[in-house]
Design a protein around this ligand. Structure first.
Ligand code: C2E
Ligand code: MG
Ligand code: MG
Length: 287
């Protein structure tokens, strides 16, 4: 089953979202806040969706929304390049809401075929300083007719997430509204164990640096296993990101991790490709 689905989804991955050299851009002028703002004005930020699957039976849990910017002169600009630009220039709030609006529309369509599917949107800790955010997200959910529990906010682990009261307050309000809160890239940042207890997280995402190596590196495996146990102890969903091979998948499943994401199940794909795969039943079992 994986071969059929895998090759179908891998095939779609070669669309314009994909970067070949991984450098962030193909030459031309540099990415600047002005160019990013212009791209946003022209509605040129697109979303790529990557499946999150159950490691027990391969069924689709949901998708993660990943922002994509293809500039007419620069070419593809990677998120690792343009998200920091957006954060530094004050564009990140608007960008987050744009991504969320598109993602919730796609989620509404996906849930007609997969009623329990969720959509995860990356939310920069910078945006969580804005007390208006929970209200704006509630409005977007209402307009898209999507239940709040269909949305997961993925917050990258960083010092401000765990130390600033305002960030905790914003997360708590999102959580009270019913939105899931995920701590992304866990293990690479600054989260203290105490903050994990105090913050209203519902999910822990193990960083792919540990996941990718866990089949051949004893230390990476110990970290992965300890994180799974920690998540279980704290009643959090544990998601492993960056699963590329069967052996890594098997290790994680045997270690008790319930949800996985990675190229093994599907590369990030356009909304149209996602809905095409969904309507052909290709997302029913991705293992
Ligand atoms: P992330 O949230 O941890 O997203 C996962 C990244 O890992 C994505 O990179 C995805 O394409 C990549 N990935 C997934 N599975 C595999 C795999 O099996 N192997 C490998 N090698 N890579 C895999 P991407 O799309 O380049 O995004 C990078 C980061 O940029 C994201 O990491 C997230 O932190 C940030 N980002 C992306 N979109 C947004 C956005 O809309 N808002 C914010 N604030 N950040 C975003
Ligand atoms: Mg993420
Ligand atoms: Mg991550």
């Amino acid at each position: 089953m994986f071969r059929v689905n895998g090759s179908f989804i891998m095939g779609m991955s070669r669309e314009r979202f994909e970067m070949s050299d991984g450098s962030g851009r193909r030459g031309g002028p540099p990415a600047t806040p002005e160019r990013l703002a212009a791209a946003m004005d022209r509605d040129e930020i697109r979303i790529a969706y990557q499946p999150k699957v159950s490691l027990t039976d391969g069924h689709l849990i949901g998708v993660e929304a990943l922002a994509r910017w293809t500039d007419s002169e620069i070419g593809v600009v990677l998120p690792h390049t343009f998200i920091p630009i957006a954060e530094r220039s004050g564009l990140i709030g608007r960008l987050t809401l744009m991504v969320m609006e598109q993602s919730l529309e796609t989620c509404a369509a996906l849930r007609r075929l997969y009623p329990a599917a969720t959509v995860a949107v990356n939310v920069s800790p910078v945006v969580l300083h804005d007390p208006k955010l929970p209200g704006e997200i509630a409005d977007l959910l209402e307009r898209a007719h999507v239940a709040p529990n269909a949305l997961v906010a993925e917050i990258t682990e960083s010092r401000s997430v765990t130390e600033l009261k305002i960030v905790g307050d914003t997360l708590t309000r999102l959580r009270r509204h019913g939105v899931g809160c995920s701590l992304d890239d866990f293990g690479t940042g600054y989260a203290s164990l105490l903050s994990l207890l105090r913050m209203p997280f519902t999910e822990l995402k193990i960083d792919r640096a540990f996941v990718a190596d866990c089949a051949q590196d004893r230390e990476a495996w110990k970290i992965v296993l300890a994180t799974i146990r920690l998540g279980q102890e704290l009643d959090l969903n544990v998601v492993a990101e960056g699963i590329e091979t069967e052996i890594v998948e098997r290790r994680l499943r045997d270690g008790g991790c319930e949800v996985g994401q990675g190229f093994r199940y599907g590369r990030p794909m356009s909304g149209a490709a996602l809905m095409g795969a969904a309507s052909e039943g290709l997302l029913t079992s991705l293992m």
